[in-house]
Design a protein around this ligand. Structure first.
Ligand code: HEM
Length: 340
């Protein structure tokens, strides 16, 4: 059976909790991958996605997948190493590298799952495009006219993020669907004695926008620990960008320094750039406000998901929202009163 056909059957196997068929299909995909040499990176990513969907499915039904199919371990390690990523499927495989339309891979085949896959696909691609542009502002002076233009262009693009979350809010039931049905497919798996998180939306790299815009110098230890944990599940270039900006001043800080300049109040264009940055932060706050309403429902007291799939408590999500909101408020307060 082709990989497409095996994956098309996955929702039915999951509905029937048919661990025998799941393990058989998992083994079949692994053996087939061992026969061919996957020279192209996109082929290895696609193979990891397909194999990973079975890995996550077996785990969901209580079977430690690499105990059932130990011969998969070396392959997962080799694929992970070859692209400098973790040796399992991530939200990138499940979202961005999942073909839309008839060939789309799904755990459940549910309409709500489709909404979530789309949301992570669009959100991740958007951030992947905007983050390097914002990082490029390190080369520009805040008084440069292009600085403000880039901030506003990024704010325009990022308006999509709250829209995505509204769509999810309207169409996905956080308790009956996310927590009860989809979330269990996103739990940890052990690969070569190490535990790795599942392909949950928490790995959409919002931390890159946070880091560049405000959090490099307005975060705290809780946020830093959380971000450092997530960044391992992203692309190598995201990790490099993240490490590289560890001690860099955030956009908020760079603009506030201009307002504090001893030579007097800044030019209109600095105030305009600050408006762009405030718009970006407002977008993050709106996204997180809606998101946290949903996320709150996904935590249940009596299950192993009471801390979320990435070991995160509801308190931490609200703490991140508060930090974002406080920094947006700080930027607004520094902006007020300047000439424009
Ligand atoms: C019904 C839908 C959703 C629910 C119930 C939900 C729930 C959660 C939970 C419980 C966490 C904590 C970590 C974890 O356990 O995974 C989390 C974090 C996170 N989720 Fe979601 N999520 C949903 C949809 C989404 C979508 C569609 C995206 C992105 C497009 C997203 C992006 C994030 C991000 C970026 C975090 C990290 C915290 C932050 O930066 O504020 N989530 N989510």
């Amino acid at each position: 059976m082709s990989a497409d056909a095996l994956l098309a059957n996955l929702p039915a196997m999951n509905a029937a909790a048919d661990v025998r068929e799941l393990a058989k299909a998992f083994r079949q995909l692994v053996w087939r991958a061992r026969e061919v040499e996957l020279l192209r990176v996109p082929d290895r990513l696609a193979a990891m996605r397909d194999v990973g969907m079975f890995l996550s499915s077996l785990q969901r039904h209580g079977v430690e997948p690499l105990e059932a199919v130990p011969e998969a371990t070396d392959m997962l390690l080799a694929w992970g190493l070859s692209v400098d990523m973790v040796p399992r499927d991530t939200v990138l495989h499940y979202g961005v590298w999942n073909p839309a339309g008839k060939r789309q891979r799904m755990f459940l085949g549910d309409r709500q799952e489709n909404v979530l896959i789309d949301a992570v696909r669009v959100g991740t691609m958007l951030i992947d495009e905007i983050a390097p542009t914002l990082a490029g502002l390190a080369q520009l002076h805040p008084r440069d006219v292009a600085f403000g233009e880039i901030c506003h262009a990024a704010a325009d693009q990022l308006e999509t993020l709250p829209e995505i979350m509204n769509d999810v809010y309207r169409n996905v039931d956080p308790v009956k669907f996310y927590a009860s049905r989809l979330g269990p497919f996103m739990t940890d798996v052990v690969v070569a004695d190490r535990q790795y998180y599942g392909p949950a939306p928490v790995h959409v790299p919002l931390y890159l926008i946070d880091r560049l815009v405000w959090s490099s110098d307005h975060g705290d230890a809780d946020l830093r620990y959380f971000q450092n944990d997530l960044v391992r599940y992203g692309l190598p270039q995201w990790r490099r960008l993240f490490q590289h900006t560890e001690r860099a001043p955030s956009l908020v800080t760079r603009l506030v320094r201009e307002f504090d300049h001893p030579a007097g109040p800044p030019a209109t264009r600095v105030a305009d750039a600050m408006d762009g940055v405030i718009r970006i932060m407002n977008g993050l706050v709106t996204f997180r406000t809606t998101h946290n309403l949903l996320a709150g429902g996904a935590y249940t007291d009596d299950s192993r998901y009471s801390t979320g799939t990435a070991g995160v408590s509801p308190g931490l999500l609200n703490h991140i929202l508060t930090l974002t909101r406080d920094c947006a408020q700080y930027a607004r307060s520094r902006r007020t009163g300047t000439r424009s």
